[in-house]
Design a protein around this ligand. Structure first.
Ligand code: GLA
Length: 392
């Protein structure tokens, strides 16, 4: 509420009007990594850390943006919008996608702030995109449904940030539900909410506080490697359209002899899609131990076969492997930095955090940040207590 009140105030001071307020959260993913762009499944949830925007219409055809975090403004005419290398690109990317689709977006003012740690693999960029598309949809009464908004947000990331991401992050931010993770079928886009019952345990994020520059370039390379694998399998098995349709014997037959690296990448994805389904069964049966084991297996695959981990992430997963209070741990998100996600016994969190902070500092010469997260609601309009909103 503090952040909401503060962006409301900043908006009024800067732009002299009453803003519409929107909140859109970051996300975690329990299991199912790099499976979204391979038409597999993912199991994300929205978190209690979010991006907030305050937005209002302008009379002219200008976009005026202000980031509280960066203490920076960005002003551009709608007709002159183009990608930037700054925070503004995610907002402009969304506006540009809406215009390209023929939606009547006029000039607007927008103030942005948030408490999603940036570059931590918690999808702060997807949260910005979802907050923006939701806010513009409301402000200009565009009548776009949530699934379409997710696709627009994803496309903004492709075209303005240059990362060919899957749909998971934007989906989780938009459709998050308190207390539940979402099993999303990334082929049909069907989804179900699964209550995350962690009795006595909590989700703990350990932030490496590094983001290696490889992150976006290697992400796009992995995507291409998966596509190449599919193309080779398809030469023999015409019905195959994605790694979702592929089995390990097919990979042995069609990919192994051609390129062992591409084979490893594809094998990881095929295994990860199966692992996610097993993990969901375990979660639904309350078998957290098995779920945790699957998380460790995912980490090992991401590190050894998909090769998107880094020494800091590996360090943090290895550091908890023999801790009885930790049921499972793995790197989360695209890779090359950011956070590990851990299932940790509630009473043991403080001691574990203190111990890891010390050893991480000593061995990696880096500070470790520890966040306990709660699964929260997805993108929504916010109201300050006592305010009467113009769109009510
Ligand atoms: C990033 C992308 C997602 C997904 C993950 C890996 O977060 O934005 O679409 O591919 O990496 O699972």
């Amino acid at each position: 509420m503090v952040m909401l009140a503060s962006i409301d105030k900043i908006y009024r001071e800067k732009f002299n009007g009453e803003p519409l307020l929107v909140r859109s959260p970051g996300r975690v993913n329990i299991i199912g990594e790099h499976t979204d762009y391979n038409e597999g499944f993912v199991l994300p949830g929205a978190i209690d850390k979010a991006i907030y925007v305050a937005i209002g219409k302008r009379e002219d055809a200008m976009i005026h943006l202000y980031s509280v975090d960066f203490k920076e403004s960005h002003e551009v005419a709608i007709s002159a919008m183009k990608p930037t290398k700054t925070w503004a690109t995610y907002i402009l990317g969304v506006a540009s996608q809406l215009l390209q689709r023929g939606h009547a977006v006029g000039g607007f003012n927008l103030v942005i702030d948030g408490d999603v740690p940036l570059g931590a693999g918690l999808s702060s960029s997807a949260a910005v995109e979802c907050a923006t598309v939701f806010a513009l949809n409301e402000l200009f009464s565009l009548g776009i449904d949530k699934m379409e908004m997710v696709k627009i947000a994803q496309k903004a990331e492709h075209s303005y940030a240059g990362v060919m991401c899957g749909i998971m992050d934007q989906f989780a931010s938009m459709f998050g539900k308190e207390g539940s993770v979402i099993k999303l079928d990334c082929r049909s886009l069907d989804f179900e909410y699964i209550p995350l019952k962690l009795d006595g345990y909590k989700l703990v994020l350990l932030n490496t506080n590094v983001k290696h520059s490889l992150a976006s370039s290697e992400y796009n390379v992995r995507r291409l490697q998966c596509e190449q694998g599919v193309a080779w399998v398809k030469e023999k098995y015409e019905q195959v359209n994605s790694l979702r349709d592929v089995s390990i014997p097919m990979l042995d037959e069609c990919v192994l002899g051609k390129d062992p690296v591409i084979y490893k990448r594809c094998r990881f994805i095929v295994e990860e899609i199966k692992r996610l389904n097993d993990a969901c069964d375990a979660l639904e049966m309350g078998d957290l131990k098995t779920l945790g084991q699957k998380m460790y297996e995912t980490h090992d695959g991401l590190s050894n076969d998909y090769e998107v981990s880094c020494k800091e992430l590996d360090y943090l997963v290895d550091a908890v492997r023999s801790e009885p209070a930790v049921l499972g741990a793995r790197m989360m998100g695209g890779g090359f930095g950011g956070c590990t996600i851990n299932i940790v016994q509630e009473d043991a969190i403080d001691d574990l955090a203190a111990k890891l902070k010390e050893t991480y500092k000593k061995d990696m010469q880096l500070d470790l940040s520890v966040h306990t997260v709660v699964i929260g609601e997805g993108t929504a309009i916010q109201k300050l207590p006592g305010s009467i909103h113009f769109n009510q």
